[in-house]
Design a protein around this ligand. Structure first.
Ligand SMILES: Nc1ncnc2c1ncn2[C@@H]1O[C@H](COP(=O)(O)OP(=O)(O)OP(=O)(O)O)[C@@H](O)[C@H]1O
Ligand SMILES: [Mg+2]
Length: 398
């Protein structure tokens, strides 16, 4: 037999072609109903196996068109679909005059049986002309089938959205736990460093200084070595203290956000040589601890990015309080980047910095915005609502 395979997906057509040809049949391929009608106008075909959902003209319409054609009304027509499988779809297939309805993916034997069945049916009694079907009726059935499909898809979509929302919520809670655990661990390491290593180093420094003092002046080499040792220990103490401070911002805890922002900025300038101008509104009262910590950590992370990526010369840190919102803005005059297409994002293993900052801001009820253009610098803005009365802003700036 020569079978016309109609399907908009080339792989599906090839699969059927191989199956049919393995059984000694020949086949022709069409990508949709219109394509199929063009082929049928010039070629002799024994049967059609057609998908339903296709562009231009779908399987139902193709079948209906054939049944109305004086030459092709008796052509055996098998619907082979994965998308339309409800009882209404099957009924519609019957209404338009299809001989058989099978669902994808079907085993080869089902396809061959279906072919045999429709050919036997045709041979036994010449196919009657399909009962004239009212075009309006077919269209109504057809649009009803579409409406049902649409409703089904909408319900699926709504369910998928809900699932996505639940996953996002779980992920957010998990991220929060990770951040909290990280802060707790950093605090613990910071205290250990401060309470044990720094204290021990200070004792070593003191003894070294005593030793250096006791060494006779004429033993210049030994005395010089001892003094150098003292200096090295002194530098190590400073470095351990710096690491400890970075791990747990004691200044933030004890002196508040404004002092913390100044401290982080000074530290950054000392480390990198990039100038940071800090301009903060004076806050009459402390902000909630998690808000302060979020803003402080976001500044630290932003400064890390400036050091790593921006090639900036100046940074401006501004803390303002428009109404009941506390706003932190960090500007750099560096090379900028495209926030939607930065290299880390393109490689599919985006950095965690910006993501973590956004999460931190979101967790304390705030918003996080990145504005950046290539060669135009970068601005990070965090706005966090604070309960009225929790703080009172004054007009003077520190
Ligand atoms: N201030 C900036 N100037 C220029 N480019 C920036 C700046 N901040 C971020 N970027 C760009 O945005 C990307 C993402 O930043 P993000 O902090 O999320 O990741 P990262 O710094 O690459 O890695 P991580 O922070 O996880 O160590 C960076 O790789 C960089 O290309
Ligand atoms: Mg980063």
């Amino acid at each position: 037999m020569n079978i016309l395979v109609v399907d908009d997906i080339a792989t599906n057509r090839k699969l059927l072609k191989v199956t049919l040809e393995a059984e000694g049949h020949t086949s022709l391929e069409a990508a949709d109903g219109v394509d199929a009608l063009k082929i049928l106008a010039h070629q002799t075909v024994d049967a059609v196996i057609s998908d339903i959902l296709m562009p231009n003209m779908d399987g139902f319409r193709l079948c209906h068109a054939l049944r109305k054609s004086p030459q092709l009304h008796a052509l055996p027509f098998i619907i082979y679909t994965a998308t339309y499988t409800s009882p209404e779809d099957m009924k519609l297939a019957q209404t338009v005059g299809a001989d058989k309805y099978i669902t994808k993916p079907a085993p080869t034997s089902d396809i061959l049986n279906a072919l045999r069945e429709v050919m036997d049916k045709k041979a036994a009694r010449p196919m009657p002309v399909a009962a004239p079907v009212e075009e309006a009726y077919v269209l109504q059935q057809y649009s009803q089938a579409l409406v049902n499909k649409l409703e089904e898809k909408n319900a699926e979509l709504a369910e998928a959205n809900q699932a996505l929302k639940r996953t996002e919520e779980r992920l957010r809670a998990l991220t929060q736990r990770v951040v909290q655990a990280q802060e707790a661990e950093q605090g613990r390491v910071s205290r250990e460093l401060h309470d044990t290593i720094t204290q021990t180093l200070c004792a070593v420094l003191l003894r070294s200084q005593v030793l250096a003092g006791k060494l006779p002046a004429h033993n210049k080499v030994a005395k010089g070595e001892a003094i150098e040792l003292c200096e090295m220990i002194g530098k190590t103490v400073d470095e351990v203290e710096r690491i400890s401070r970075n791990l747990r911002p004691v200044v933030l805890d004890q002196l508040g956000l404004v002092a913390g922002l100044h401290d982080a900025s000074t530290e950054f300038t000392n480390q990198t040589g990039v100038s940071v101008k800090v301009d903060c509104v004076k806050l009459a009262r402390r902000l909630p601890a998690d808000t302060e910590l979020a803003l402080y950590r976001i500044l630290q992370e932003t400064l890390k990015n400036v050091e790593k990526h921006a090639r900036a010369r100046h940074v401006i840190v501004q803390l303002t309080k428009p109404g009941n919102i506390v706003q932190l803005t960090i500007n750099d005059d560096g090379i900028g980047f495209d926030p939607d297409h930065h290299p880390a994002k393109r490689k599919g293993r985006g950095g965690l910095g910006l993501l973590g900052m956004r999460e931190r801001a979101t967790y304390v009820g705030g918003t996080f915005t990145v504005k950046s253009v290539r060669r135009g610098g970068t601005e990070i803005e965090i706005r966090i609502p604070v309960p009225p009365g929790a703080t009172a802003a004054e007009s003077t700036h520190l």
